[in-house]
Design a binder for this molecule. Structure first.
Ligand SMILES: Cc1cc2nc3c(=O)[nH]c(=O)nc-3n(C[C@H](O)[C@H](O)[C@H](O)COP(=O)(O)OP(=O)(O)OC[C@H]3O[C@@H](n4cnc5c(N)ncnc54)[C@H](O)[C@@H]3O)c2cc1C
Ligand code: FES
Ligand code: FES
Length: 1238
């Protein structure tokens, strides 16, 4: 059992969250305090509770988020700070953020901003875009320029006293040995190497697992189960640290965090300069919490057991010439061997790694390491490399050491290149030959989850070139920066906005009303609800092939497992035809259409049992076919949903071609983004006396209620639905949640027991819909000035297995013009069937692909004319009253104003000149800058949102029930602000209650950015009714305070509850108004590796009169960063044979983390621009900004095109492919050795 399971399931401490269960997301963070074996002082640090075995923390003090502060006992300063800085949206990641910071402050109360920024590499937040979280945490630092900065009070760090002694933790309780029997396995905690030897000898025929941090189980999950577990935390011989003039010796149980400290302490000493490089490298190994828990020995042993593991520790230490000390429990002898020998020829059975020894290096040795990754932090390497080169007088003195990871299981040293370089005097010719020797000797293993072999060969060779370039101390200034790494300073943010004091607390920049509850872990998500008596846990049995005919489904093996109670399939439903349009059947009956399709539901006494049993359900397929996984394949196999083809013609494109000066043609493609909400999908169905109480994490309670009733053939009133809160939705909980609602409801109905259905991350990613991939070809015609006259676009959308996904084909078509007026269009959109779950909305589903296509076209036009893209885009911007692609007249079109102001504020022209100069001076580091736009059509679809406002007469407090769903977007806050404004009561006098079917039935889905404003307007409507009703009392008692007025109203028999439906009326033809925003994005790319960073982003948005600028800026930042992921690192990868998703976890799927965000990020809301068509002059803010982030991709492309121009004299346009990964960026240039000047 993990510490997380214990905290959540046994201790009932649900503030600690869980999501990935592989140390990749950070939401499960807690702090541990204990006396480490090698220390006299208690250490407190953060760890991921999901991988921490419960018995490993015997005697340790554990602090969880609710333990450091709460509503009742007062919030902790970290909880207050993250809330005040608007660092929480859905709040699912927040407890993890808080506890990680708590651990950091324990280690370093006087923290710097840099140390804060380095500390959040393992905490993913999908909502906020990280900037407000970092600001909140940096406000504890001594050097950050953050308003409200204040260091932590030391008393706030020692709040948790030992329940036994009433004092601070002495740490002594965890020092005893253990010998336990746990669920049939033996568990030991020996205190000495000799004891450890005895344990191992006694169990030599058993399957034994030594462990320290146990973090490797986040990567290699299937190594167990074991008969014997041996905890190494107290084996004192594994902790020694000795430094002499000739070497440094570290015990194998040294954690990676301690290793970092030791390296820093010794890097200035003669002969140990290389430690500064290892130190730099270690800071990007795994993440802070894994480094706190995991050991050097553990890391080396992973590599020993799994030769293809790209261990950074091994690569860096092997090049440095490290040795390891091994203890053989059979002979009780110790032996020291070179690291290479340990890795290649020592059988570690019955042996223990006791120490690592790093030698002193001669003064003339140059030592450099690299780690190139798909995102900046918490990612394993495409390739890691370490070079140790003895060097003097421009000559390699003897044999260098070149160690590479990520190439293949067999590749350790680049032997041919080492031999080639031995004793060579460096020259341009030698450098070129070294590059090609290395490239040619490497044979990378091909795998769909790895980058291409070609890239890894060229990357490794490029890294060698970097090292040699540095050694040459080149006189050629243009190539000099090629030797350097990209440097990222501490990030900063600036926000400017207007508030409307006359409507306060509406239009006031306020943090969210529930933010402190989220920060203290007291906010209750569905899976945090206490266990009901007799509760069962459910897991879906899913198809493991993408296209097959089902022969039979056999659950017998699953049902044999003790504790597994039921298996339900289509024949158990009363109606298997499903009301959710994207998925015609709840459980597949005859045919499987995608790998991940639900076949049935396993019910068991615990969730781990249900998950284990679901994997044991056997499916016999009578026929298995090759799945269709790409639009090209779909086209080739004639699988277009032809009736869904959509064509738009505007103007007269055929004629327009005749009059244009120039044309360009190209392609754009985009992959598929997973929502990556931090709370995976979950539903709890509880039988009641007259139906089922359903608790769902959904954006669409109405559809869930319907699906849950339909599957058991009951009327909708049988289902009483509540949506407590949603831990991030982004569109993914609009339709797919109904599958869970129906299945859980079926389980509860059939068994008459409560059923909890909470998806593990892998099932969530495999089963449910994602952002659809696109492939477009385009042709544009334009004048010599860059005025675009005509565009033709032909695109294919991968809509998944049902034609319902063709919604996206139509939807994105309407966005293709973005903010650019083009008089003639011909657009053809094709919906392509594939063997994937029907695609679903992911934040701004129409505008994201459209922005990629349209902004790319304008970049291409500019490139063809030799102009900067800002010039061409500006020329083509929409003006007031022009008609857009969808036939809407653009009234109050502010795009030109935004563009003009932002260009000015962000000093775009001057920066273009600086970038041009930089690019002329630098061949291997290139910069790009571009402006992007978004015109986001807001449509009030559906019946509308309703709200019920109740005033409690006895004390005047106010309660609001409404139909919108709070998923982090600040809906409750805006609702409360609106009612507070109308009734004139303080915000803390108001409570907004969750969406409940009984009070807010027939709710339209909370999506498309409308729910916050619309729910707020509904609540305002209800509050106005109450205000009107109370008016006579107010007139009669003009001086009475609010409470008295309420009492008197009640005494006068005035109904103090009112309901109002904010009826939706669509605009004409359907859009009500447009939200406009513009961004400037500047990036820098390392041409040799493909890595890039966003140097600066400026955004200006027209949000009308923002209902809450703090929340709206939070939406802008969150959307923008989610888009950066879509355009830079996120895509789903499928197995071409089975159709299964291969990257179904955090190890291989990489949303942005804190260092992927802009270094300098400025956001401005356009002042004095009320929106006449929006609710209370406001505009929607949830989705528009995501499209702007295509600027990161396009700026990178500009940079790389500059490289191509330098290297090949080519002024071509690199085809646009999203995500434009580090690999794709590097490969788009096309390097070869002839280009490598020194
Ligand atoms: C999310 C995540 C990201 C990561 N990213 C990186 C990365 O970027 N680069 C990288 O190099 N690594 C990375 N790692 C690996 C990480 O560094 C290791 O998991 C960690 O160092 C292992 O230490 P541990 O003490 O937890 O080992 P454990 O998990 O406790 O043990 C690992 C293995 O070593 C054995 N073992 C442990 N100690 C000894 C010993 N003294 N003698 C003999 N056998 C022993 C165990 O039996 C087990 O087989 C990542 C891990 C995770 C979970
Ligand atoms: S749940 Fe532990 S890190 Fe994700
Ligand atoms: S607030 Fe961070 S994931 Fe939602």
């Amino acid at each position: 059992m993990s510490l997380n399971e214990y905290l959540r399931e046994k201790a009932g401490l649900k503030g600690t969250k869980v999501m990935c269960r592989e140390a990749g997301c950070g939401c499960c963070a807690v702090t541990v305090s204990h006396l480490p074996t090698d220390s006299n002082t208690v250490k407190t640090y953060s760890v991921q509770s999901c991988l921490t075995p419960l018995y490993a923390v015997d005697g340790w003090q554990i602090s969880t988020v609710e333990g450091i502060g709460s509503q009742r006992d007062g919030f902790h300063p970290i909880q207050e700070r993250i809330a005040k800085f608007n660092g929480t949206q859905c709040g699912y990641c927040t407890p993890g953020m808080v506890m990680n910071m708590y651990g950091l402050l324990h280690q370093k109360p006087n923290i710097t901003a840099q140390e804060v920024e380095d500390n959040f590499d393992g905490n993913i937040c999908r909502c906020t875009g990280y900037r407000p979280i970092l600001d909140a945490m940096k406000s504890f630092s001594e050097d950050a320029n953050i308003p409200g900065r204040k260091a932590i009070d030391i008393e706030d760090l020692n709040k948790n006293l030992c329940p036994k002694t009433g004092e601070t933790c002495s740490g002594n309780c965890g020092s005893r040995s253990l010998d336990l029997e746990i669920s049939g396995a033996r568990w030991y905690r020996p205190l000495t190497l000799a004891d450890l030897g005895k344990v191992m000898k006694a169990n030599k025929d058993k399957k034994t697992r030594l462990f320290f941090g146990n973090t490797s189980t986040g990567i290699y999950k299937n190594d167990g189960p074991f008969d014997v577990y041996v905890d190494l935390h107290r084996v004192k011989e594994l902790f020694s640290f000795q430094a002499t003039d000739t070497n440094v010796r570290l015990g194998a149980a040294t954690t990676l965090t301690q290793f970092l400290e030791k390296l820093r302490g010794h890097q200035e000493k003669p002969g140990f300069k290389c430690f500064s490089q290892v130190h730099k490298h270690l800071k990007v190994v795994a993440n802070v919490m894994v480094r706190n828990a995991g050991s050097i020995g553990g890391n080396l042993m992973i590599k020993h057991n799994h030769k293809d593991f790209p261990s950074d520790i091994f690569t860096t230490l092997e090049a440095a010439g490290a040795q390891v000390e091994i203890f053989d429990t059979a002979s009780s002898a110790k032996k020291t061997v070179p690291l290479l020998e340990f890795m290649t020829s020592v059988n570690m059975s019955g042996k223990v790694l006791t120490a690592v020894i790093l030698p002193r290096l001669a003064d003339n040795v140059v030592y450099r390491t690299f780690k190139i990754t798909p995102r900046w932090q918490n990612a394993h390497a495409y390739v890691n490399a370490a070079f140790k080169i003895p060097f003097a007088d421009m000559t390699v003195k003897g044999q260098p050491s070149i160690v590479l990871g990520g190439i293949s299981a067999d590749t350790i040293h680049a032997k041919k290149t080492e031999t080639f370089l031995a004793n060579k005097k460096l020259s341009a010719a030698v450098v070129k030959e070294a590059y090609s020797t290395l490239r040619d000797e490497l044979v990378p293993t091909e795998s769909p989850l790895e980058s291409s072999a070609k890239y890894r060969k060229e990357l490794a060779s490029g890294l060698l070139y970097k090292v040699l370039l540095g050694l040459c101390g080149t006189k050629n200034p243009k190539v000099r920066t090629g030797a350097e790494d990209l440097h990222r300073p501490v990030s900063s943010g600036l926000q400017t906005y207007q508030e409307m004091a006359r409507e306060f607390p509406l239009k006031h920049a306020l943090p969210k009303v529930t933010s402190t509850l989220q920060a203290s872990g007291e906010a209750v998500f569905v899976n945090d609800m206490p266990k009901f008596q007799q509760e069962l846990f459910a897991a879906f049995a899913i198809a493991d092939v993408g296209s097959a005919i089902i022969g039979s489904i056999d659950p017998s093996e699953a049902l044999k497992i003790p504790g597994v109670t039921h298996f339900l399939s289509a024949k158990d439903t009363l109606c298997n035809d499903f009301p959710q349009p994207m998925n015609p059947e709840l459980f597949a009956t005859k045919e499987v259409f995608y790998a991940g399709q639900p076949l049935g539901l396993v019910l068991a006494e615990t969730q781990p049992l249900a998950i284990e049993a679901a994997k044991k359900v056997k499916v016999n397929y009578s026929k298995v076919m090759t799945p269709i996984l790409t639009v090209e394949d779909s086209l080739a196999r004639g699988k277009e949903f032809e009736s869904k083809r959509k064509t738009t013609v505007i103007g007269n494109p055929d004629d327009a071609w005749k009059s244009v000066d120039h044309t360009v043609e190209g392609t754009v493609s985009m992959g598929s983004q997973y929502h990556f909400y931090m709370e995976t999908q979950v539903t709890l169905a509880v039988p009641s006396e007259d139906g089922i109480d359903l608790y769902a994490s959904t954006q669409n309670s109405d559809l869930c209620q319907f699906a849950a009733s339909r599957v058991i053939d009951k009327p909708m009133h049988f289902i009483n639905i509540t949506v407590p809160r949603v831990g991030g939705g982004f569109g993914g909980k609009s339709l797919d949640t109904s599958t869970l609602a129906a299945a859980a409801s079926l389980g509860a109905y059939k068994t008459k027991r409560p059923v909890r259905l909470s998806l593990d991350l892998s099932s969530n990613m495999r089963m449910l819909g994602k952002r659809p991939p696109y492939k477009a070809t385009y042709k544009a015609g334009f004048t010599k000035e860059g005025d675009v006259q005509v565009i033709e676009v032909d695109y294919m959308v991968d809509v998944g297995f049902t034609e319902d996904g063709s919604f996206f084909t139509t939807y994105s078509m309407g966005y293709l013009d973005m903010c650019y007026h083009v008089p003639n269009w011909k657009i053809v959109g094709k919906s392509m069937m594939t063997n994937k779950r029907t695609m679903v909305a992911v934040r701004a589903p129409g505008s994201v692909p459209a922005a990629l296509i349209s902004e790319s076209i304008f970049e291409h036009v500019a490139q063809a004319l030799g102009k900067h893209s800002t010039v061409v885009k500006e020329l083509n911007l929409y003006s007031e009253k022009q008609t857009d692609l969808t036939g809407h007249v653009l009234n109050n079109c502010t795009v030109r104003e935004l563009w003009r102001r932002l260009k000015d504020v962000a000093e775009v022209d001057a920066r273009i000149r600086q970038i041009n100069a930089f690019n002329q001076e630098n061949q291997w580091k290139k910069r790009g800058i571009t402006m992007t736009t978004c015109k986001y059509g807001m449509c009030y679809f559906g019946a509308g949102h309703g709200a019920t406002v109740t005033i409690f007469a006895r004390d005047g407090s106010v309660q609001i029930s409404q139909g919108g769903v709070e998923m982090g977007q600040g809906l409750y806050t805006k609702v409360a602000q609106g009612v507070a404004h109308i009734l004139g009561v303080p915000l803390d006098n108001i409570k907004v209650r969750p969406n409940q079917g009984v009070i807010s039935p027939n709710s339209v889905v909370s999506g498309g950015s409308v729910a916050s404003e619309s729910s707020m307007q509904a609540a305002i409507g209800a509050a106005e009714i109450l205000r009107e009703r109370m008016k006579p009392i107010k007139e009669k008692f003009p001086d009475a305070d609010w409470k008295t007025l309420c009492e008197k109203s009640n005494a006068s028999k005035i109904d103090l509850t009112a309901r109002f439906l904010n009826e939706h009326r669509m605009g004409s033809p359907y859009i009500n108004y447009h939200t406009y925003c513009v961004a400037v994005t500047e990036t820098e790319v390392d041409v040799l590796t493909g890595e890039s960073q966003i140097r600066r982003v400026d955004i200006m948005a027209d949000y009308g009169e923002s209902l809450n600028p703090m929340i709206d800026i939070g939406q802008t930042e969150g959307g923008f960063v989610m888009g950066l992921g879509n355009f830079a690192s996120e895509d789903t990868i499928f197995d071409s044979k089975t159709g299964q998703i291969l990257n179904d976890g955090t190890w291989n799927y990489k949303p942005p983390t804190t260092k992927d965000i802009p270094i300098d990020w400025r956001i401005h809301l356009l002042p004095d621009t009320p929106n006449p068509s929006g609710i209370r002059s406001s505009k929607a803010t949830g989705e528009p900004s995501i499209a702007l982030s295509v600027g990161g991709l396009l700026a990178n492309k500009q940079a790389l095109q500059s490289a191509r121009k330098d290297l090949f004299g080519k002024e071509d346009f690199i085809p646009v492919v999203a995500p434009f990964t580090v690999e794709r960026a590097q490969q788009s240039v096309g390097l070869n050795e002839s280009l490598l000047a020194v």
